[in-house]
Design a protein around this ligand. Structure first.
Ligand SMILES: Nc1ncnc2c1ncn2[C@@H]1O[C@H](COP(=O)(O)OP(=O)(O)OP(=O)(O)O)[C@@H](O)[C@H]1O
Length: 128
C-alpha cells in the first residue's frame, strides 16, 4: 500500500514496469490531480530508478512528464518500487500515431519533435 496514492486501473505495461492510474490519498502529496504510478519489484527496479534520476534533471521542462518522486510499498508481501508521475491523459505518442492511422500530420510532427529536442537539450546541459 502506497502512502500517497491509491492505484486504480492499469494504464499499460512497458519493458520495466506496470503503469496504473492513481488518486492522491495524502493531503500533503504534491498534486490533487490524478497521477500515473509506474511500478516494479524493488529488486528489478534499477531502470525505473534511473528514469527517476533522469526525470528529476528535467523537472523544469514543461514539455516533459513531471516526476513527483518515488516511494516503496508492500504488495503481496513484496517490496515494490513506485515512480510517481504526472498523468498524461492524452496517451502516448504511439497511441496518437495509431489514432491517425499510422502517420501523423506534418504540423504535429514539428510540435512533438520540438518538444523532444528541447528535453534532450536540457538533459545535455544538466548532465555536463
Ligand atoms: N505518465 C503516464 N500517463 C499516462 N499513461 C502512461 C504514463 N506513462 C505510461 N503510461 C502508459 O503505460 C504504458 C507503458 O508505459 P512505459 O513507460 O512503462 O513503457 P513504454 O515506454 O510504453 O515501453 P517500453 O518501456 O517498453 O519502452 C504506455 O504505453 C502508456 O499507455
Amino acid at each position: 500500500m502506497s502512502r500517497n496514492l491509491r492505484k486504480l486501473m492499469q494504464l499499460g505495461r512497458g519493458s520495466y514496469g506496470t503503469v496504473h492510474l492513481a488518486v492522491p490519498i495524502s493531503p500533503s502529496f504534491s498534486t490533487k490531480a490524478c497521477a500515473a504510478v509506474k511500478s516494479s519489484m524493488l529488486e528489478h527496479s534499477s531502470t525505473l530508478q534511473k528514469e527517476d534520476r533522469v526525470l528529476q534533471c528535467l523537472s523544469s521542462c514543461p514539455e516533459i512528464v513531471h516526476c513527483y518522486g518515488n516511494e516503496l510499498s508492500f504488495e503481496n508481501g513484496r517490496r515494490v518500487y513506485n515512480l510517481l508521475l504526472e498523468y498524461a491523459s492524452g496517451g502516448s505518442l504511439f497511441d496518437m500515431i495509431q489514432s491517425y492511422g499510422g502517420s501523423i500530420p506534418e504540423q504535429k510532427v514539428k510540435i512533438y519533435t520540438r518538444m523532444m529536442l528541447k528535453g534532450l537539450c536540457l538533459r545535455e546541459l544538466k548532465l555536463k
